[in-house]
Design a protein around this ligand. Structure first.
Ligand SMILES: [Zn+2]
Length: 359
């Protein structure tokens, strides 16, 4: 197949079984891609595939998590998502997604149960761990097996507004211990916990509307990631009502994004596209368009939704001989117009055509 990436010279490879092979060894009967543009796949870097909506929170069981995981990972795949970073669930059972048939899901890295102190997130959801127990929790739990620890950094308390969940020294030690076991730390920050999280060395800031310029400089210097989830910020603002105190906080955050996104692009911060649970699985192109609308260039918004994510987790940003035969093809160049990401014309996972899905 002909592989024309927006950021490299075109080349040809064959497909045999689930892998790309030398053209000479091609035994596939795949469509002609000569006129198309190729990407290694889309990436949704803030998903929760063990759930279908926030409304399910109370009713989640291991059985419901299993069935949601199967249907949601497949829905991502048939829209061209080849890489998912799942940022946690109700329990560590969310990690069962890593054992599912690779032909039927994207490549996945995942956090186990989301970690927060009592009162620091939705009650009864995730692992409730007090700051003085956090380090031993990290050392002893199975949560890190998917490659990520997910902390909740701040949460509103009645009459106080948002409060940071972790002292800085605890956060620093949590990052050190997690890194020592080979995993990364992501933190939910909707208010002002982002600066301490950056200072503590947290790998990925989720949401992060109140990141400062100095935080962005620091993230850029050390290769840290920022997953703005604009589509989810808009969803939460509308759900709470634009005139409520929560709704106003989200609007303030969205206004900040318009300054911070161009700044992040200029500084070279690894911005990643994530949808949280604001749109149905596979719709990460919606976030790509919003990243563009809120100030990234078309190519930066496209990179945030594809190559940045592959590079960030240490995978190749291009289809390669010997690797799984994953690629997504488009009729136009998505780096010139990020809207193209919503219209793939051919989706290949492990050598098989799995989409596009007709919406
Ligand atoms: Zn989330």
């Amino acid at each position: 197949m002909y592989i024309r990436l927006p950021y490299a010279d075109p080349y040809e490879m064959g497909v045999s079984g689930s892998e790309f092979v030398d053209l000479f060894d091609d035994i596939s009967d795949l469509p002609d891609t000569t006129a198309m543009w190729a990407l290694p796949g889309l990436a949704d870097c803030h998903a929760h595939v063990s759930m279908t909506s926030l409304a399910d929170f109370d009713a989640i069981t291991t059985v419901s998590m299993a069935s949601a995981t199967r249907s949601n990972t497949w829905a991502h795949l048939e829209h061209g998502v080849m890489l998912l970073l799942d940022k946690g669930g109700k329990t560590d059972a969310t990690l069962m997604m890593l054992d599912h048939d690779a032909d039927l899901r994207p490549h996945i890295e995942a956090a186990g149960a989301m970690v927060h102190p009592i009162g620091g997130y939705y009650q009864g959801f995730g692992a409730e761990v007090e700051p003085d127990e956090l380090i031993s929790y990290i050392r002893n739990s199975a949560s890190l097996q998917g490659g990520w620890l997910k902390l909740v950094g701040d949460w509103p308390r009645k009459g106080q507004g948002p409060v940071n969940n972790w002292p800085l020294d605890v956060l620093r030690e949590a990052v050190r211990v997690t890194h020592a076991s080979g995993a990364k730390v992501a933190i939910h920050s909707m208010a002002h916990s982002a600066s301490e999280a950056v200072a503590a060395g947290v790998d990925s800031i989720e949401h992060g509307p109140f990141l400062t310029e100095e935080d962005l400089r620091s993230l850029a210097r050390r290769g840290g990631a920022w997953v703005p989830t604009i589509v989810n910020m808009l969803h939460l603002r509308d759900m709470l009502g634009a005139d409520s105190s929560g709704g106003r906080m989200f609007q303030d955050g969205l206004d900040r994004m318009r300054t911070n996104l161009p700044l992040a692009e200029g500084l070279g911060v690894t911005v990643l596209a994530g949808t949280d649970m604001a749109v149905s699985p596979g719709q990460v192109a919606t976030e790509a368009a919003l990243l563009r609308e809120y100030g990234l260039s078309d190519s930066a918004a496209a990179r945030a939704t594809t190559t940045n994510a592959f590079s960030y987790i240490g995978r190749s940003d291009r289809p390669t001989i010997g690797a799984e035969a994953d690629a997504v093809f488009f009729d136009e160049n998505p780096f010139d117009d990020v809207g193209v990401l919503a219209r793939p014309s051919l989706i290949l996972r492990r050598g098989k055509v799995v989409g596009p899905h007709d919406d």
